[in-house]
Design a protein around this ligand. Sequence first.
Ligand SMILES: [Ca+2]
Ligand SMILES: [Ca+2]
Length: 267
Amino acid sequence: MFISKLIKKLTLTAASSLVSLIFLAPGEASAASLVNGGFAGSFNGWQTIGDASIQSFESVGIDPTEGDFQALLSTTSRTDDNFNLSGVDAADVSDLEIFLGLKSGSLDSLRNSGLFPVEEGTAIKQTFTAEAGSTLNFDFNFLTDEFANSADFNTFAFFTLNNTANKLADTFSNLISSTFFDQETGYGTFSTVLSETGTYTLAFGVVDVGESYATAVSIDNVRIVPSNVVKVPEPSSVLGIFECGVLVVGFGLLKRQQTKSSKAVNL
Ligand SMILES: [Ca+2]
Ligand SMILES: [Ca+2]
């Protein structure tokens, strides 16, 4: 009896080890939560193509919305003008589309006016996992030396989520004067709810159109806000139902949630 139990136990142990090995097999992509959404001095966690750099207020006169640094992506190659900041040329549109997992022509289809096609630009991307119902938020500032409402040179910034491209801003957006470029939108926040639990690839980019003037987008404070906010009962009803110890835990959670919420909207 003892022997058979021992054999059964050993078999189960071996089986569970095998399961562990299967799930931890090397080479498996193990996407994790989004990291370095504030671009804290580097592109750690992000992949880049083209003229992508980390910039501070001191370096470009654009105030990041989180911490001391932000990502700045531009449409410029080193021979274009003086705005190339990374020493890496902007990438040809076909290379950008491959990097972003987009079908050929996808970026040009976002350009809804004008004579000239999308030519080159810059993008960054990161793959992460998120729970259904969580909210993706990020801050962006579109900057350009192109003329406002430039139909033929309507350079633009965009983001992609799981290989679908969406325009963020172009020369028809509301622009104000800028210090580093001629005009900018100023930082705004984009938010979208992630409907499914799973793996997401998020990318940001900017492209020029024909011989348009230098354009850029700065990105900061990319963050995922979970939806699983624990609802804490009103203190009056808690007193009638729960022990004092539970009440203390409840208030602790409430305080944490409030801190989290205020962080999420504090731009
Ligand atoms: Ca930052
Ligand atoms: Ca260019």
